[in-house]
Design a protein around this ligand. Structure first.
Ligand code: KG4
Ligand code: ZN
Length: 357
């Protein structure tokens, strides 16, 4: 029997199995991460090998270095995840891997590694969208959370407002028309001389600063729930360069706090607008957050305040599950697998994969 037919039969049988354990791998950017997840909700193990120190010297992720480092780390990280879960490869029920969006070489390393393991072990393979993984980090943190809910997805490459209608079923309500929020944070951090990745550094520095020190422009965007961060970023870069040219000492904490405020207030205001509109329509929405930027302290505070004010339940991933990890991929894979979705050995990396077509 061909691999794909056998996978389909196994996936069908797994629908009736009491517990389904998935070994997952994530290599879309600069973390090599593997996990074993039970029933899409329980983390049996979660191993993250970060490449940050390899890229720090260059101020950002160098794709070739990332692919090579993934290649070197993949097997070890997968073995560690199995070991930490107390399982062998044969004892897992299925394998999962991120196939996009992300860096093509980095993705390919993971896809090839898991295709090889899945074929050798005779296990079904599930292809996972990285952004769906970020959304699913909420299922690992909040056992009671079920679709439908709204989700603010903010990462290094994406800033989306989506409606999660069902597991794996999304409606895109708004998105950034230019830079992603995380990208803007990273660029602002770089101009302040902070090391890569800048988002968490700006966030930490901002805690000590005055958010009203520098007034940044509010963008005008056409779409009701669309975002724009490039104007804020440029205004910030120009202001900092001006200060440097005038020989002024940079008040980094105040600058970081002002930038963080501009980004977070824009994200929160659109989310608030969406929630208000839904409530006016007689709906009882629930709100979630996902992606690296959802670890931002100010964003978490502002979203908490808005949701409390509007009496809307808010779900945020555990801090370590906001940034890239394998656990979120294993959670997303579970619901795809239960829907009978398995990948063939012709699975390829899709660097520009979208969450919603
Ligand atoms: O989701 P993620 O780990 O990777 C992508 O899928 O892109 O997001 C990484 C991004 C980076 O831009 C990083 O600077 C940003 O998330 N980030 C933060 C914080 N933690 C991570 N940005 C602002 N505040 C944070 N605390
Ligand atoms: Zn990510």
């Amino acid at each position: 029997m061909r691999y794909s037919e056998a996978s389909a039969l196994q996936a069908e049988a797994l629908k009736k199995k009491e517990h389904v354990r998935i070994l997952s791998l994530e290599t879309s950017c600069d973390e090599t991460a593997a996990a074993v997840i039970e029933d899409g909700r329980n983390i049996l193990s979660n191993v993250v090998f970060s490449q940050i120190d390899l890229h720090e010297l260059y101020g950002g992720v160098v794709p070739e270095i990332a692919s090579r480092a993934h290649m070197e780390a993949c097997d070890r990280v997968v073995d560690e995840a199995l070991k930490a879960a107390g399982m062998t490869l044969q004892e897992t029920d299925a394998l999962a891997v991120t196939y996009g969006p992300g860096l093509v070489g980095a993705l390919l390393t993971g896809v090839n590694c898991m295709k090889g393991l899945a074929y050798a072990a005779g296990k079904p393979l599930v292809a996972v969208n990285h952004i769906e993984g970020h959304v699913s980090a909420n299922f690992l943190t909040h056992p009671e959370l079920k679709p439908p809910f709204l989700c603010l997805v903010v990462s290094g490459g994406h800033s989306h407002l989506v409606e999660v209608r069902d597991y794996g079923v999304y409606r895109l309500l708004g998105q950034t028309v230019d830079d992603a929020a995380g990208e803007a944070f990273d660029k602002a951090a770089r101009v302040l001389g902070l090391p890569y990745p800048g988002g968490p550094r700006i966030d930490a520095l901002a805690e000590e600063g005055d958010p009203h020190y520098l007034v940044l422009p509010k963008p005008r965007v056409e779409g009701l729930y669309d975002y724009s961060f490039s104007g804020v970023k440029t205004a910030f870069l120009n202001a900092v360069h001006g200060m440097e040219q005038r020989g002024e000492t940079l008040r980094k904490a105040d600058l970081a706090a002002s930038f963080r405020e501009a980004v977070c207030s824009q994200l929160t205001e659109k989310a608030e607008q969406l929630l208000r509109n839904r409530k006016e329509n007689g709906e009882r929405p629930a709100m979630a957050m996902a992606g690296g930027v959802s670890a931002n302290r100010e964003l978490r505070r502002q979203m908490t305040a808005v949701c409390e004010k509007l009496d809307v339940p808010l779900y945020m991933p555990r801090l370590d599950l906001c940034t890239d990890n394998g656990a979120m991929i294993g959670s997303a894979a579970y619901y795809r697998l239960m829907n009978g979705e398995t990948a063939g050995l012709d699975l390829n990396a899709v660097p520009a994969l979208r969450l919603v077509e």
